[in-house]
Design a protein around this ligand. Structure first.
Ligand code: ADP
Length: 208
């Protein structure tokens, strides 16, 4: 099964593109969704996180305070690394478990920090969703209700646009309308279907 890694900066349109792929019947595995499911109360991951960072990262109901956790690791590379050391192996394991159950010519692995984390080696192709930073800022502030400076901080912490584009095998330009976005996804879908059929059975040595 052909593995397409989908990535892009905040507000670039990743979730919107994933929805369109899903509507086309393509399996989409989302690393953020998995990360959220991994830290439900009572999970091993949440126990490890609480042991490492203390009960300050929990809400009163025992669930992870994701905003608190994000604030805690944002400017602290050591803490971020410790959090990732807990979560990333579990995310990869869960992705592999989900992939193993799928049968399709190709699948999408939506991984926002794919390039930042160097996960592209385990994928067949990298698909970048792109638009300029001004559009990213506008769309993300409107979606999240966050101030522009918060979105700017996140944009600045992510890989640079040119570096991201340089790593792309395929790119969707999301600076236009939603209709234009859909057309590009449909074209890529046909391309991937063709590549997936040519690709043949899954390669056993490829693991995330
Ligand atoms: P990401 O998942 O990359 O952070 P989203 O897919 O959530 O980005 O898109 C950010 C916001 O912009 C969402 O509210 C989405 O509905 C909107 N959006 C995405 N693409 C377009 C577009 N081409 N035109 C108008 N709004 C868009």
């Amino acid at each position: 099964m052909l593995r397409i890694g989908l990535t892009g900066g905040i507000g670039s349109g990743k979730s919107t593109v994933c929805t369109i792929f899903r509507e086309l019947g393509v399996p989409v595995i989302d690393s953020d969704e998995i990360a959220r499911e991994l830290v439900v109360p009572g999970s091993v991951a949440l126990q490890q996180i609480t042991a490492r960072f203390g009960p300050q990262v929990l809400r009163n109901d025992g669930s992870l305070d994701r905003q608190r956790m994000r604030d805690l690791v944002f400017d602290d590379p050591d803490k971020r690394q410790q959090l990732e050391a807990i979560l990333h192996p579990l995310i990869r394991q869960e992705m592999e478990r989900q992939i193993a159950r799928l049968h399709a010519p190709y699948l999408i692995l939506a991984i926002p920090l794919l390039l930042e984390k160097g996960w592209q080696q385990q994928l067949d192709r990298v698909l970048v969703i792109d638009c300029n930073e001004e559009l990213q800022r506008q769309r993300a502030t409107r979606r999240d209700g966050s101030p522009a400076h918060t979105i700017d901080r996140i944009i600045a912490s992510q890989i640079e646009r040119n570096t991201r584009l340089a790593a792309a095998d395929d790119c969707i330009d999301n600076s236009g309308s939603l209709a234009s976005l859909r057309t590009q996804v449909e074209m890529l879908h046909h391309h991937y279907l063709m590549l997936g059929k040519r690709n043949g059975p899954p390669s056993p040595q490829k693991t995330l």
